[in-house]
Structure formats: structure tokens, C-alpha cells
Design a protein around this ligand. Structure first.
Ligand code: PLP
Length: 352
């Protein structure tokens, strides 16, 4: 019996998201998934596992609301921001009828989630400077219910202009939700659009504990929006999205001390990024280092394949972004510890 014949047609055709973990590699310097390089220490305080967890743990919701400067009713917590990307589609898009729109090069999960659910995708590539093609978006809004914009953008690292986001919100008014993916916003907190929620009923913001909070393994993310949107998401989310230990540690991460630690991570990473950029620019194998508002750098090398493979063979795992950016020799490097950045530099010097 050919089980594949039973699989849904769109899933048969699906290429799964090429996550850093799925691509694999062997090494001790992991700079391919934009994780924080050092594990913060946490201890579980909740040992009661015979009961189901709170569907939306109050301490986590309150903690994040306070941190983000919104009210608890403007937040829903989920199994990472990845789950939120999909919840929005499940709540707002009719499969086979509605579409989502996104602007490559950008985060890959918008496409994967849509294809999994049988929702059409419209792609409006960004301009040469990786900013929005607003005309192109305006001309492709038929049937579009969700517009995903990532800022700082993954993998390119740039911020999207606030003026353009406002124009986008005006274009989408009464037609579609604008979803701003702020997974890396802690690295440039002044660029968040969270204060705009009062003016835009169709604005949605995605956040996560996976990046600056150094908790990618926890799987905890947030959607921030006005109450009607949150209510729609509450209808489609699984009954108990957060395990008790996850809520426990998320609550600790969102305490005063937890947030202070996160802000220290940000200062460290931003300093490290500046230093690393300068060192990269001195190497002849490097053609360009793009400005980054996040915890990774997009770097154009003279020979990207050679760099990727040479470092891979030394156990330094980077992320090839040539295909996704449509630019040859483009590699994304997560900012690691000082020692990890030094390992990259000396491995690159060995190629020169
Ligand atoms: C890492 C990342 C996410 C996913 O975050 P999780 O909370 O770990 O699911 C979402 N969007 C972007 C742009 C990311 O880089």
C-alpha cells in the first residue's frame, strides 16, 4: 500500500522548512539559527504535572503585557512565534480561496505554513535595498487576508522603514491584517510598532522568547493585537498550548531580573556585532557586510561555497542564504560569543 497516495495533495508536494537543525552538521560552533550562544540558568518551581496547565498562564500573559506595554487582553501566548504564524492563517484564511502575502527574501515559515494549510501565497519581492515594494503590494491584494512583514528582517538584518509600514497599513485598511514579525526587536527596541496598536485595528505583532531572551528551546511566543483579533485566535489555538514547565520558566524570564538579563544579552550581542563587523571588513574574502539591526549578519563573500564548506569542515556551522536572497555568495552568521566570532575570523584568515 502506497501511503503517500493518502497524503493530502498539497502535503505531497510540500518541501518541509529547512530548519537549521534539520540541515544538521557536526561541530561546536553553531552560528546558523540565530540563537543566543549561552544558556541562562533556570530552575523549575512548579512540580504539579498531574493537572492540565492554564490555557493562557496568567503570570506569563501579565508579565509579557507589562514588558511590551500593552494590556493582557491584547496578548495570546503560543508554542513559539511559529505557531502564531499558523494560527493567524487558520483563523483568517479560507483554504483554496484566500491568500497571504509576503516579501522575499524573508522568513521561510510564512510560505511553509500557508502551503501546509492549502492557502495561496503571493510574493512581492522587496526592492534592491530590501525595503517594501508598496506599489507591487497594492497591485496584488486581491483575496489577501494576511500580509507578513518581518522587521528586523530575517535573513537580511535590515529594518523596514516606518513610513512604509504606515503606508502599508493604509493600503491594507478594511481588507487585510498586517502582521509585523518582531522576533528580533529586542536588538533595536526603539523600532517596535507596538505603540501603533491604538490607531490600527488590523495591526498584529509577533514576538518570541527564542532570540534575545535566549530561550529557543522553551518554545514560547506571543501575538500582540487588539482584542477582536486575539479573540479569533483564541478560537483556533490548541486547548493547552504551553506545558507547565514552559509557563514556569517563561514567567521567570519575564520577571524584572529576567528582563534585565535579556537587556544585558542585547548590549553584549550588539557590541560583539560591531566588533565582528569591523574584523570581517578587513578580510579580503569578504565583499560586503550588510548593516544589521538584529543578532546576525548577512555577509557577501567572494566565494560563499568555499567559505561555507571550509568552516563546516572545521565544525563552524553557518547558514547559506544565496538561494533565499537571490544573491550568490551570501551567508548569514549568527553573532556568537567572542571566542566563537574569533574562531570564524581565524578560519576565514586560513582561507585567504
Ligand atoms: C526565529 C523566528 C521566529 C520563530 O520564533 P519561535 O518563537 O522560535 O517559533 C519567527 N520569526 C522570525 C523572523 C524568526 O527569525
Amino acid at each position: 500500500m502506497d501511503i503517500n497516495q493518502l497524503v493530502r495533495k498539497n502535503v505531497q508536494k510540500l518541501t518541509p522548512y529547512q530548519s537549521a537543525r534539520r540541515i544538521g552538521g557536526k561541530g561546536n560552533v553553531w552560528l546558523n539559527a540565530n540563537e543566543y550562544p549561552i544558556a541562562p540558568h533556570y530552575e523549575l518551581s512548579q512540580q504539579t504535572l498531574n493537572r492540565y496547565p492554564e490555557p493562557q498562564p496568567e503570570n506569563v500573559i501579565k508579565g509579557y503585557a507589562e514588558y511590551a506595554g500593552v494590556t493582557p487582553e491584547q496578548i495570546i501566548v503560543s508554542r513559539g512565534a511559529d505557531e502564531a504564524i499558523e494560527l493567524l492563517m487558520r483563523a483568517f484564511c479560507e483554504p483554496g480561496q484566500d491568500s497571504i502575502l509576503y516579501c522575499p527574501p524573508t522568513y521561510g515559515m510564512y510560505q511553509v505554513s500557508a502551503e501546509t494549510l492549502g492557502i495561496d501565497t503571493k510574493k512581492v519581492p522587496t526592492n534592491k535595498d530590501w525595503q517594501l515594494d508598496l506599489k507591487g503590494i497594492q497591485n496584488n491584494l486581491d483575496q489577501v487576508k494576511l500580509i507578513y512583514v518581518c522587521t528586523p528582517n530575517n535573513p537580511t538584518g535590515n529594518l523596514i522603514n516606518h513610513e512604509d509600514l504606515k503606508t502599508l497599513l493604509a493600503i491594507a485598511k478594511d481588507r487585510a491584517l498586517v502582521v509585523i514579525d518582531e522576533a528580533y526587536i529586542e536588538f533595536s527596541p526603539q523600532s517596535s510598532v507596538v505603540t501603533w496598536l491604538a490607531d490600527y485595528p488590523h495591526l498584529v505583532i509577533l514576538r518570541t522568547l527564542s532570540k534575545a531572551f535566549a530561550l529557543a528551546g522553551l518554545r514560547c511566543g506571543f501575538t500582540i493585537a487588539n482584542k477582536p483579533i486575539i479573540d479569533a485566535l483564541q478560537k483556533v489555538i490548541a486547548p493547552y498550548p504551553l506545558a507547565v514547565p514552559v509557563a514556569d520558566i517563561a514567567g521567570q524570564a519575564l520577571s524584572k531580573e529576567g528582563i534585565k538579563n535579556m537587556q544585558l544579552h542585547v548590549v553584549n550581542m550588539n557590541n560583539q556585532k560591531e566588533k565582528f563587523t569591523k574584523e570581517l571588513l578587513q578580510l579580503s574574502v569578504v565583499e560586503q557586510v550588510y548593516p544589521s539591526a538584529s543578532n546576525y549578519l548577512c555577509v557577501k563573500f567572494q566565494d560563499g561555497k568555499d567559505v561555507f564548506n571550509s568552516l563546516w569542515n572545521k565544525g563552524i556551522i553557518l547558514r547559506d542564504q544565496s538561494k533565499s536572497t537571490g544573491t550568490n555568495n551570501m551567508i548569514r552568521i549568527t553573532i556568537g560569543t567572542q571566542a566563537e566570532c574569533e574562531a570564524v575570523i581565524s578560519a576565514l584568515k586560513a582561507i585567504e
